[in-house]
Ligand binder design. Structure first.
Ligand code: HEM
Length: 389
């Protein structure tokens, strides 16, 4: 069994992933938590796997001693316990809500601008601490329509858990998350139809379905699960552009043109692995037999750097096209936040580089410390210089 998930993998997974693709594509690996799983690395197998209903996200199909992922307690475990129809119903509510209005995007842009303006006159700072860490709270809170108290609680949670020197890991803060979710649901009940939160709460529990469990599970995802990956992509983008000023200039030459955000997502692949899938039945992937109950980890990062699918995958090309990356998943479980992410990331990056055209990391790529988790990747800290001209 291979043991590949170390610090070097978090920082620079590409050589290892290439050798795994070249060496058969599907490998038995040890996870940092101990139990083993199958790691699927080739683009075609990963994409097929994301569409294969013999691979379930429901933990009840897990058998034997394979890796199961972090078991979220009820009622937050809606994703791990739902059958496809139930989850699909919740999903479609949010997808509908996340079709952003131009008005929302403008409001969010204003708030982002306010956060960046707090750094006026500061020329050297840690980009993770001062920008990537606080911004997701601003964006998610604006999205849901959270009042100041809940907005501050979310920011305080992020500050206490996601800084490099934080003692608790996110998974150790479930009680705090639960308290915030309860307060957020109570607020949603007061909001009526005025906010996205109010509409979700109304739709889930206001209409007679007395159980707020599914809603709590959904809010857990919206508020907390994707917080870190948003930080990762923001800090990762600044790191990547620091060494590629010509690509930055390309992006800034046509900020309204789609493409760069998708290429950054492909290139960085901040979510390295899709959530664990459990084999519902015996099946074969890439010539390898997977037994019912075993765990399959579909490696999105590896798929996104597969030479069989992408020309020069190790190059960032902001106008790459077509770009069928799987950084946001694919199929029934594809990222619910995708419609939100693209315009928001584009707007945030444009604002950042309009304010600080020469923003760049002040340490070498190789010296940037990376988060050691194996499912996400992003810089832990990123010292930058941000002189205005
Ligand atoms: C750069 C930021 C993000 C990245 C890279 C990302 C990536 C992904 C990926 C790869 C999946 C599929 C997981 C799988 O197949 O197991 C996913 C699912 C999901 N994403 Fe995102 N995401 C991001 C931000 C967000 C945001 C901001 C939200 C919410 C507003 C969000 C909500 C969700 C939800 C609810 C799911 C579960 C969908 C399902 O299983 O049906 N994501 N995301």
């Amino acid at each position: 069994m291979l043991s590949i998930f170390d610090e070097e993998f978090a920082r620079e997974p590409w050589p290892m992933l290439r050798s795994l693709r070249d060496g058969g594509g599907v490998h038995r690996v040890a996870t940092p938590d101990g139990p083993p799983a199958w790691l699927v690395t080739r683009y075609a197998d990963v994409r097929d796997g994301l569409l294969d209903d013999r691979l379930s996200t429901n933990m009840r199909y897990s058998r034997g001693g394979d890796y199961r992922g972090f078991a979220v307690p009820p009622p937050l475990d809606v994703f791990q316990r739902s059958e496809p129809e139930e989850w699909g119903r919740l999903r479609s509510r949010v997808v509908g809500e996340l079709r952003l209005s131009g008005e929302w995007t403008e409001r969010a842009a204003l708030l982002v601008g306010k956060t960046l303006a707090e750094l006026d006159g500061v020329h050297e700072f840690d980009f993770v601490e001062r920008v990537a860490l606080p911004l997701p709270a601003v964006i998610v809170a604006e999205l849901l329509g959270l009042p100041d108290a809940e907005r501050d609680a979310l920011a305080a949670w992020a500050n206490a858990t996601l800084r490099p020197d934080s003692v608790p890991r996110a998974r150790d803060t479930l009680a705090t998350m639960q308290q915030i979710i309860t307060a957020v649901i109570a607020q949603g009940l007061r909001d009526g139809e005025d906010t996205m939160l109010g509409r979700l709460v109304r739709a889930e529990i206001g209409s007679g379905g007395a159980d707020s469990g599914d809603l709590a599970g959904l809010l857990f995802y919206l508020l907390f699960v994707f917080y870190e990956v948003l930080m990762d992509v923001l800090a990762g983008a600044v790191l990547v552009f620091s060494g590629r000023p010509e690509q930055l200039a390309e992006m800034m030459s046509a900020p309204e043109r789609p493409g760069p955000v998708d290429e950054l997502l492909r290139f960085l692949s901040p979510q390295v692995l899709a959530g664990p899938r459990f084999a519902v039945t015996d099946l074969e992937i890439g010539g390898q037999l997977i037994e019912a109950g075993q765990t399959v980890l579909l490696c999105l990062a590896s798929a996104n750097h597969d030479h069989e699918r992408f020309a020069d995958p190790a190059e960032l090309d902001v106008w790459r096209g077509p770009n069928p990356h799987v950084a946001l998943g694919h199929g029934a479980h594809a990222c619910v936040g995708a419609g939100l992410l693209r315009p928001v990331l584009a707007s945030v990056l444009t604002q950042i580089y309009t304010r600080w055209p020469k923003l760049h990391a002040t340490i070498d790529d190789r010296d940037v410390p990376w988060r050691s988790g194996f499912r996400h990747r992003g810089p832990l800290t990123l010292p930058v210089r941000a002189e205005v001209s």
